[in-house]
Design a protein around this ligand. Structure first.
Ligand code: SAM
Length: 427
């Protein structure tokens, strides 16, 4: 595990707090809020509903979600938008008043400020604030900055309702190697005591002055994620390369970490990213348990920079997700307003159907008439059986068994990129 810890917990938290007061992250301008809705994958609530409650959970005044370490509010805004007019509430918690202020202004732009409670507090102390318990907690890019991620994770677990779940993003070790090389150098040439402005100046000079073949520089510039962080804003550059507290995890370390907090991993953010077959078609890994398959996929990828995953208490036993050929299950698109994007794609002629739902979620499908019918029939209400009946009546050139096989392939492919979920029968 890569770790850059300061000796004293309070001093670490204060340094982190100070950074996010000066550089709220990510850099967002509330004036641009109505130009687009940012949609963090891990906060797509139909997916959360399918995984945790079989699709049975209704959004009402009893439903409560938290964005822990909300920063400037991407997840808060998206969850509040999905819960608009339902009576459900969102709690956005962060150390940084400046970040919370940007979140508040973004919500105001959308007329969503009444849906959200903004709280300035450390995650570690949240269980003692009398906030009650939550159905779902999202915490993205936060726990790896805590003096003790273990304490933070346990605090969030204590805030969950017994059947609640948590979505986590933490840094991944192998892809961040160039970041840690540069961080080590910058800690020497631009120590914390130099102050933010001077450190940033030195950082920018280092990026220009160092030889391009330097492994750190090359790794940063070769990786679009890092390149854009550095180019887009000082907040991004500082967060990436001058952070005073930052650690990264491998897949086995994530399992160990969750174990220590009595949580277990429910699924990865984009399941196909953690399948060895994605990188090495035909590889035989049938001898490996699920954990090791994900670890092997991480090594095959070789440059993962973040891990996204869902977890629940080890005390909860969840029903398995319906199989793709479960005729009574109901397929539901997870992405916000995906029906509209699908409708547009289906209206275009061509022998391919391309969808891009964000990072690692692009897909190209055979665009023949059968796939178009099957995709077009998913409306979030009809069961798999009803869809197959309807399509069988319309496509008489194929036998029902062939149509079923095609559905299963299509459904699996869309589930692997977290585009589709199946609500349990009679949900
Ligand atoms: C990298 S930003 C991530 C922001 C947001 N979650 C996102 O994904 O865009 C980390 C955020 O965590 C907050 N933070 C760091 N340590 C915290 C703590 N102990 N308690 C609460 N918030 C914390 C910071 O103030 C900062 O806004």
């Amino acid at each position: 595990m890569v770790t850059t810890e300061m000796p004293d917990t309070q001093a670490v938290r204060e340094a982190v707090h100070q950074q996010y007061e000066s550089f709220p992250y990510p850099a967002r301008n509330p004036e641009d809020e109505l130009d687009r809705l940012l949609q963090p994958t891990m906060c797509e609530l139909p997916r959360v509903n399918a995984m945790l409650w079989g699709g049975c959970r209704v959004w009402d005044s009893a439903f409560r979600v938290m964005d822990a370490g909300c920063g400037t509010g991407d997840a808060t805004v998206f969850m509040a938008e999905q819960l608009r007019d339902t009576g459900a509430r969102v709690t956005a918690l962060d150390l940084s008043a400046a970040s919370l202020d940007i979140t508040r202004r973004r919500l105001e732009k959308r007329g969503l400020d009444e849906v959200v409670d903004l709280i300035q507090a450390p995650i570690e102390e949240a269980p003692s604030l009398g906030l009650g318990q939550f159905d779902f907690i999202s915490t993205a890019g936060v726990l790896h900055h805590l003096p003790s991620p273990d304490v933070g994770l346990r605090a969030l677990r204590d805030l969950l309702k017994p059947d609640g779940g948590i979505a986590v993003m933490v840094y991944a070790q192998y892809g961040r190697e160039p970041v840690y090389l540069m961080q080590s150098l910058l800690r020497m040439v631009a120590p914390y005591e130099f102050g933010e402005e001077r450190r940033l100046r030195i950082l920018k000079r280092a990026l220009q002055a160092l030889p391009p073949e330097n492994r750190g520089i090359r790794g940063l510039l070769d990786t679009p994620l890092f390149r854009s962080e550095i180019a887009r804003s000082d907040a991004g550059a500082y967060d990436l390369l001058l952070h005073s507290q930052d650690r990264a995890y491998t897949v086995p370390q994530i399992y160990e970490w969750l174990d220590g907090a009595n949580l277990h991993l429910l699924d990865w953010g984009v399941p196909r990213v953690y399948r060895p077959q994605t990188y090495w078609p035909g590889v035989d890994v049938t001898h490996l348990p699920a954990k090791d398959m994900a670890a092997a996929a991480e090594l095959m990828h070789g440059r993962m920079a973040k891990h996204h995953f869902f977890a629940v208490s080890t005390e909860v036993s969840l029903a398995p997700q319906p199989a793709s050929d479960d005729l009574h299950a109901v397929p539901v698109w997870t992405a916000w307003r995906f029906d509209a994007a699908l409708g547009q794609a289906l209206a275009q002629p061509g022998n391919q159907l391309k969808f891009d739902l964000g990072e690692d979620r692009g897909i190209v499908l055979n665009g023949d008439a059968l796939n178009r019918r099957l995709l077009g029939a998913v409306d979030g209400r009809r069961s798999v059986g009803a869809i197959l009946d309807e399509v069988s009546l319309a496509v008489t050139t194929q036998k029902p068994q062939q149509i079923l096989r095609r559905w299963v392939d299509l459904c699996e492919a869309m589930r692997e990129i977290a585009a589709l979920v199946l609500y349990a029968p009679a949900a």
